[in-house]
Design a protein. Structure first.
Length: 202
């Protein structure tokens, strides 16, 4: 069942590091945890952000605004088009598109996150997963993509390559003629923002 208004408002009170710890995949320098509170389950990777969020009884429902925004790109993508999701995380994009006819490839650099998505976040069995760094995958990709979604956060930071000219050139090389790129970006400062915008516009 979809969340009602009161339940949606309750999302704003979730504290990422709180709730019941379900599974801890953390290593010395990296936090990777599955947590729950009431009907919600989420992937926590440190800091003040929730990486992936589901309701346990309806995991296909898209809850976080950023995921809803990223999925807008599918509205102007051919129903049989190729979609590349860089940074699969808990599999929100994959669950949202599981009954579509899109040809979806999902790239995730952390094997622990892939395992978590499959075990705790109802990742569709048919998901085509590639365990690889996003930039490395792009550099070897030969399939033109009609939509590329990039959500490459590590806790509250982004990989340095997201601000590099090489990353945007590889994105361009992987796009079909009328393809679209949707990027979740949170620059640390104005300099990072200006740098990213310049890369995207070239």
């Amino acid at each position: 069942m979809p969340l009602n208004k009161e339940e949606y408002s309750g999302l704003n009170t979730l504290i990422p590091s709180s709730g019941k710890l379900i599974k801890d995949f953390s290593r010395a320098t990296k936090v990777i945890q599955v947590r729950e509170h009431e009907k919600f389950r989420w992937l926590y990777t440190g800091g003040l952000a929730i990486q992936s969020l589901i309701t346990i009884d309806n995991p296909a429902q898209v809850l976080l605004p950023v995921n809803k925004a990223l999925l807008l790109g599918a509205l102007w993508t051919s129903s049989s088009g190729h979609i590349l999701n860089l940074g699969m995380g808990g599999g929100t994009i994959e669950r949202a598109l599981m009954n579509s006819s899109f040809k979806l490839t999902s790239v995730e650099s952390e094997q622990a996150v892939i395992d978590i998505a499959q075990t705790y976040f109802a990742l569709p069995e048919q998901t085509n997963i590639v365990h690889a760094c996003a930039l490395n995958f792009l550099s070897q990709n030969t399939q033109k993509q009609d939509l590329i979604i990039a959500d490459l956060f590590q806790s509250e930071t982004m990989p340095a390559f997201v601000y590099s000219a090489n990353f945007y050139q590889e994105l361009r090389n992987s796009l079909s003629e009328n393809g679209t790129v949707m990027i979740n970006m949170y620059p640390k400062n104005n300099e990072d923002m200006h740098q990213a915008v310049q890369r995207e516009s070239k």
